[in-house]
Write a protein that binds this ligand. Structure first.
Ligand SMILES: [Zn+2]
Length: 726
């Protein structure tokens, strides 16, 4: 906090913050950044996601004469910001290709007539000669260049148009320029300064820590089941993102969660654009959706109340992990970053790298990034410290808000065990995978081991002091730490690497993490809608009722609910239970415009609850949400006369997936046999005969063995139909 008297511009900034945005103090470096821009100076602002970047240019734009021009590459984000500002009573518009020509004209006229406080434009629009001519005539408050890392070819989002934004410095030398980004690496930073001409501008670098996000990495045994347990421990109505590596995994995971009654959606680049837009909108406009997605999902998603981000597969790098997990908790409320990771993941990422035919220089960088990621997964010290150190923020203390801090893993001297594991790999010729090597160590006489004569090795059975899971744990860490490497040919074997030699010679000792004992299951939290996990019962009752009211306003105005009031504000209202407008106005996030527009309705709702007996649940039905029922969506298409293949194409889902919907519908008497059966009579018999051979029974679910027995001739959908009709 500043301990000297506020300058006039600081006082004005605070007043605007309170009147328009409803907050009574600035966070972090916001005040200094705003002061710089209000005084007409340039600035480079590096702030993490959710750090309150946009206020840094919005307030100076309101305080200075003229319009603030905001350059942003993301159409969805522009719309979201403009919606938010309009709700606050700020005159904001955007100009991009999603508007009709007529609407574009209107915005341009508003610009000319000085009717705008803020105008969001795509970079290609800004560079357009006609638009520049318009700007020449308009009074300008400032230029804000958001996502400024797009100027850099080193960054992950390079955009050629951004490189031409240097013209702003030449054409409008007296208008302040503010570049903002959440990417802090030094090479990118240097590029931004050079391209945008910010050589003499101050740099505001905030800590990249996201203290409200809790980091947890759990050892994977049955990933989907673990994911389900994790989600079920979140308060009900928690919106989240589940990242998976492949499209197939995305679809399978979404289906699995749906089958458990969760409102899950699938998103990947292979879906038709209309479906991708629908999923995005449902995620934004409804409460508590869970999107299973590849990394294609998230760019430009500005939803502040994403309560968890889960990784079911390893991300590409720590940068990717930090960016993806950073989409949780932008509203500052407690949020979770959860990942399940196991031996199979380590082996497969190491193998992918080994088999990559990228140039050696690139491969070396990738190897370094992978080592950092795996070290993070395997760390025995605070995860936040490891992350921040990686991003060059040193000297932080253990955070108390990660799995390691709350439950420090035991380490043990694993030198001898590691030597046994390495020698098992070497003595069997560096060509077998972990499962085989564990069998050798445990002395399990499998046919394969006898066939190779490995039951006669001195290493055979020397590992009986550890359990099978404990050995897998040792192998995972040895691969993660680079003592064992996957074979380059890709046969799945593990090879003792260079690093192994000194360890085998006993030149140093190796500490490994102990296998975490399966913990007694945490008691499931009550998945009551909207429960932000720790509200007292009375406040929770109010929160639920207010949330329903918020959703009905949001639906009426066709904006996401958080634009009406965000979760933090709604929680405060529920806790404080104000009884008049003056009291409501004091709550963070309640500005003048919102007070005028919604204040009385929220007070009335609170008064109604106050009048109810304590044991009576208020009778506010959640406004009917459009149910994400993927099976019903399929039924609608059946009723429109589409067959299985057509539905699959229309919905961008696998035909097997649609087949499973159809079978469910048939079981519920919603469709006819004719609509699920796409097999000839002899094909039907062939499947049933093969199932009989495998001693399967009618109505069982088709197995992989059945598929193999039929030489992969049929899909699961057809086999399941045949089994059901048997
Ligand atoms: Zn920690």
């Amino acid at each position: 906090m500043l301990n000297h008297a506020h300058s006039p511009s600081q006082t004005a900034a605070l007043k605007t913050l309170s009147r328009v945005f409803g907050y009574d103090q600035f966070r972090g470096q916001q005040a200094e950044v705003i002061e710089t821009a209000v005084q007409g100076k340039n600035a480079l602002v590096l702030m993490p996601t959710g750090g309150g970047k946009s206020v840094c240019y919005q307030i100076p734009a309101l305080l200075r004469d003229g319009v603030g021009i905001v350059v942003s590459p993301l159409l969805a984000l522009m719309k979201d910001q403009v919606d938010t500002l309009c709700e606050l009573g700020v005159r904001a518009q955007f100009l991009n290709s999603s508007l009709s020509l007529q609407d574009q004209r209107q915005v341009e006229q508003d610009l000319q007539n000085g009717k705008l406080d803020l105008l969001y434009v795509a970079p290609e629009r800004l560079l357009n000669a006609n638009f520049l001519n318009l700007l020449d005539q308009a009074p300008l408050a400032l230029f804000a260049i958001d996502e400024a890392h797009c100027v850099s070819q080193w960054g992950h989002d390079f955009r050629p148009e951004y490189q031409q934004l240097g013209l702003l410095a030449q054409r409008y030398p007296h208008i302040p320029r503010m570049a903002l980004t959440a990417t802090a690496d030094e090479r990118t930073r240097a590029d931004i300064i050079q391209v945008l001409g910010l050589q003499n501008a101050p740099t505001f670098l905030s800590s990249f820590d996201r203290p409200n996000i809790r980091y947890t990495i759990t050892e994977k045994d049955n990933g989907r089941k673990q994911l389900l347990d994790f989600i079920q421990q979140q308060p009900e109505g928690s919106a989240g993102i589940v990242y998976c590596l492949s499209r197939k995994r995305v679809e399978e995971t979404a289906e699995f969660l749906q089958s458990k009654g969760l409102p899950a959606l699938a998103y990947h680049a292979g879906l038709p654009q209309a479906e991708r837009i629908r999923v995005q909108e449902e995620f934004l406009y409804e409460e508590g959706r869970i999107v299973c997605a590849t990394v294609a999902f998230g760019m430009g998603i500005d939803k502040p109340n994403v309560r968890f981000v889960a990784h079911l597969d390893l991300p590409k790098s720590l940068e990717g992990y930090y960016q993806e997990t950073g989409r949780a908790g932008r509203d500052g409320l407690p949020s979770e970053a959860w990942m399940a990771y196991g031996l199979g993941d380590v082996v497969s990422v190491r193998r992918m790298l080994a088999m990559s035919d990228a140039p050696p220089e690139v491969k070396r960088i990738e190897a370094g990034k992978l080592d950092a990621l795996l070290a993070y997964c395997e760390t025995a010290s605070c995860r936040r410290q490891v992350l921040l150190t990686y991003f060059s923020e040193f000297g932080t203390q253990p955070c108390g808000n990660c799995d390691i801090c709350s439950n420090p893993p035991q380490t043990w001297n694993a030198t001898v065990a590691a030597q046994k594991a390495l020698s098992a790999a070497i003595r069997t010729g560096n060509r077998f995978g972990a499962a085989y090597l564990v069998d050798v160590l445990l002395g399990t006489e499998t046919d394969k081991i006898k066939q190779f004569g490995h039951h006669e090795l001195p290493t055979f059975g020397v590992g009986q002091d550890l359990s099978e899971p404990a050995w897998r744990n040792v192998f995972r860490q040895l691969v993660a730490l680079g003592y064992l490497l996957p074979d380059v040919e890709g046969y799945g074997g593990l090879v003792a690497g260079e690093k192994a030699r000194d360890l085998l010679k006993g030149k140093y000792t190796l500490e490994l993490r102990e296998l975490a004992l399966p913990k007694a299951k945490a008691a499931k939290k009550d998945r009551a809608i909207g429960k932000a996990s720790d509200l007292p019962i009375e406040a929770q009752r109010r929160f639920d009722a207010l949330r329903a009211l918020r959703l009905s306003f949001a639906q009426a105005q066709k904006v996401p609910p958080y634009i009406i009031f965000n979760d933090a504000t709604l929680r405060d209202i529920a806790v404080i239970d104000p009884s008049h407008l003056g009291e409501l106005k004091l709550i963070s996030g309640v500005g003048e415009q919102k007070l005028a527009r919604y204040g009385q309705a929220f007070l009335d709702r609170l008064a109604e609850i106050r009048a109810l007996p304590a044991d009576q649940t208020p009778d506010y039905a959640e406004p009917t949400l459009e149910k994400v029922d993927t099976v019903t969506a399929t039924l609608e298409l059946v009723n429109r006369g589409l067959n299985r293949a057509q539905i699959a194409e229309h919905r961008g889902l696998a035909e097997d997936t649609i087949g499973s919907h159809l079978l469910k519908l048939y079981q519920a008497n919603e469709v006819t046999k004719h609509e699920i059966l796409f097999l000839e009579p002899d094909e039907l018999k062939e499947i049933q005969a093969a199932a009989k051979e495998l001693k399967m029974k009618a109505k069982q679910t088709a197995s992989k063995a059945l598929k193999e027995a039929l030489n992969h001739k049929y899909g699961y959908a057809d086999m399941n139909v045949a089994l059901w009709l048997w």
